[in-house]
Design a protein around this ligand. Structure first.
Ligand SMILES: *Cc1c(COP(=O)(O)O)cnc(C)c1O
Length: 425
């Protein structure tokens, strides 16, 4: 069962000020989850979560997480600037970018963030961009190649991804060379980072990744004498989008990493290494809803419910075929007697939030909650068909609602062509 964190009565109040569609975030849920994560890794003295800004690049969200001890993981100029302007700088910023323009490395260095190099050739590129002087603390991204699988049995594989086909990171040989070079260039604190699989639903993913990185860290120490200062497990801990999927238990995940840490790093004299994470989805997805109103019903070869949100507000179903649970507010207990496609207004037939979904009978004007949109939801929004991105609201711990980003207007949409209405062609 997925239960929305807002009720029909609350939405009826909210829409008096902020019309649908909108994204709304649950401050209480965000804080409790961040605290559970920090608790799960409290055995590690230097532990820090760097929230992947791309998931939800909204200052109010970054500030809440910063208050809970999290930094930011950025990968573009805009994300670095959002972090800086939200008051998050220095070693609270990780810059895990790729194909990075020189000025973004410069910006990261300027705000004192940690540059995580995606490739060995970027050492010279950054050196040049920064005028010959590298920061004291830096990181390198690792790609083990091949196929990464977890929990294989005859019937199923729990986790599978394909690092060998991914554009990110360095090979084992390259990364060892990179550490030697960075060390020679005066970088004193080095770290390693790797992202092997996305949206994993297994308490074993982080421990398995940790084992790979911890063993490599020991090998690096043995081969080069360089002792890494931090190991960044990156993102990839998933959430269950469907009501019946298993969910991850962050306490078990933290303990799983702890065990591998004690087995691999501690005996190698590396018990003081800091563990970092860069979770996005796990930190925010369940604590965001896209709230939309049923405005049309259509009975042709299938039953359609047309809503006032579209893929421009939430791209995941159209882009990945992702499941997002839907609740009809006020009908939480009603039997699911109908089968609907719940669709948006884009002139694209993939603009469907739900396909053949069993739902209670929907009446025009009903409010629908689309669940788990807190990460990679609003942030993936776009303007196709001239559709505008919605507002973002925050349900505060005291039950009040504040706007944390306004909806786009037609003026915003036209801003980039305003000087060109009369262009001679
Ligand atoms: C996207 C991304 C993350 C966050 O991934 P989630 O699956 O949302 O946890 C972390 N680090 C990097 C480098 C990323 O690109």
């Amino acid at each position: 069962m997925k239960v929305p964190f807002i009720t029909k009565q609350q939405v009826e109040e909210i829409v008096k000020e902020y019309p649908t569609p909108f994204h709304i975030y649950d401050e209480k849920g965000i804080r409790e989850n961040a605290r559970a994560l920090n608790k799960a890794f409290s055995w590690n003295k230097g532990y820090k979560e760097y929230f992947a800004v791309k998931a939800t690049p909204t200052p109010a969200i970054l500030k809440i997480l910063h208050e809970e001890g999290c930094g930011t993981d950025c990968s573009s100029m805009a994300e670095l600037v959002i972090s800086e302007r939200s008051g998050i700088t220095g070693y609270d910023v990780m810059f895990s970018s790729n194909e990075t323009p020189a000025e973004e490395f410069v910006k990261c260095a300027e705000i004192g963030g940690i540059i995580n190099l995606d490739d060995i050739t970027h050492i010279d590129y950054v050196l040049k961009a920064l005028g010959g002087k590298l920061p004291k603390r830096m990181s390198c991204r690792f790609n083990p190649g091949g196929v990464f699988t977890l929990g294989e049995s005859n019937e199923s594989v729990q986790v599978m991804d394909n690092p060998g086909e991914a554009k990110y990171g360095m090979t084992p040989e390259q990364i060892i060379q990179a550490y030697k070079r960075l060390s020679e260039l005066g970088v004193e604190e080095l770290g390693i980072h790797s992202f092997l699989a996305s949206n994993t639903l297994s308490n074993d993913y982080y421990p398995a990744l940790a084992k790979i990185l911890f063993e490599l860290a020991v090998e690096i120490k043995e081969k080069t004498g360089i002792k890494l200062s931090f190991i960044n497990l990156s993102g990839g801990v998933g959430i269950s989008y469907t009501p019946d999927a298993p969910s991850n238990d962050i306490a078990i995940i933290g303990e799983g990493v702890h065990k591998v840490f004690d087995e691999v790093l501690v005996p190698a004299g590396m018990g003081d290494v800091s563990i970092f994470t860069e979770l996005g989805r796990f930190m925010l997805a369940p604590y965001g809803h896209l709230v939309t109103k049923a405005i049309h019903e259509k009975h042709i070869y299938k039953e359609y419910i047309g809503v006032d949100a579209c893929a421009a507000n939430l791209m995941r179903p159209a882009m990945y075929g992702s499941y997002h649970h839907v609740t009809v507010l006020g009908k939480e207990e009603a039997p699911a007697t109908e089968t609907y496609d719940v669709v948006g207004s884009l002139c694209e037939n993939n603009d469907k939030f739900a396909i053949d979904r069993k739902l209670p009978k929907i009446d025009m004007g009903d409010y629908l909650v689309i669940h788990d949109t807190g990460a990679h939801g609003h942030s993936m929004g776009y303007n196709y068909n001239g559709r505008l991105r919605s507002a973002e609201l925050l349900l505060k711990e005291d039950g009040s609602v504040v706007q944390i980003r306004r909806a786009e207007t037609l003026e915003d949409y036209f801003a980039t062509i305003d000087d060109f209405w009369d262009v001679e062609v």
